[in-house]
Design a protein around this ligand. Sequence first.
Ligand SMILES: [Zn+2]
Ligand SMILES: [Zn+2]
Length: 394
Amino acid sequence: MSWEDPSSEIDGLAPTLVEIRRDIHKHPELGFEEIRTQRLIGGWLSKLGYQPQESARTGLIADLHPERHGQAGVRTVALRADIDCLPMPEHTDLPWRSVHDGRAHKCGHDGHTAILLGTAAILAHYRDRVAGNVRLLFQPAEEGVEGGGAKVMVAEGALEGVSEVYGLHNWPGYAKGQLRVTAGPIMAQVHNFEISVRGKGGHGSQPQSCRDPIVAGAALVTALQSVVSRGLSASGGAVVSVCTFEAGTTSNVIPDVARLTGTIRSYSEEVTTRVLSRFREVTAGIGATYGVEVDLALEAGYPVLVNDADCVAAVERVGRQVGMELSREGLPMAGGEDFAYFAKALPSAYFFLGAGLEGEDTPGCHHPDFDFDDGLIPVGMQMFLGLVRERLSA
Ligand SMILES: [Zn+2]
Ligand SMILES: [Zn+2]
């Protein structure tokens, strides 16, 4: 039992944390509605001697050494956990399955929360060994398209006086025991789009009197695929996917309107700007070519998440110390993540803990069969505690 190797304390705490994780899982709450979860976290932290403060309405912030925070020469390392669930069904028969229809912890934020609660307990025990301050960020509303909880926390000043921020995510697509992280972009910038193609409908036998939105829409789908393949250099760096195409009601009527929706992912703001400008040109061009009205609506999601090289080096050192297998494979990933707002504000690192079991097709995040792997709770705690040791040694 020691600050240098808290494994036995972590193991001792694990059963309690598993119970808490499953309790949160059973009572999932959507973004900015995490009232019960906030109360649970607040109660745990207060019992440990922290003075948690409300942040972003349903989130919480707690400092290990509030009296030191903001003093000259004092470094504060922030650790973040997201706490919200997804608006989707739960398809498991687990005893801790969601009691709310259409709400479920299918991204493992219940597990991330338990990891940070456990970390808080060990830190409180060894508080005298920590130079500087540790700030715990329990962040609401990660799952959303715009204006996630991280953005609100940053706007409210949650990072004032903080030196760097770390965050993690479980990932069943990577083998258990793996730590995946990379410097630079690690998660994508997201834009969702909705396009309406308005032509002129009529009888299916009389195309000469119509402006067919289906033919124009089909041409648009193909043309949009050239935005990346012909609009960007060999290194690319963007994904364009048309994910819905709706038009028409029956086999002998040309409809008035076709509607398309989809998503754009990229790894730099420069590439995004280029893709969006090509998007506008292509949609306008198709409109002119087919004599239809094309309306393009773009919805900006989270910015690109860029990891700091120095922070990543620290994550990798700690990963090696705790016996993880390091990999950069598959990164950056085309998903979006609102930790990007923290990483935009301060040097930060966001990393993945593999959760895939060998020889099994482990359900991935956002799958109705997914459940957080409780075996990752000690691993996540080792990582967070190792980072505090690494960055704030007394
Ligand atoms: Zn998610
Ligand atoms: Zn998630």
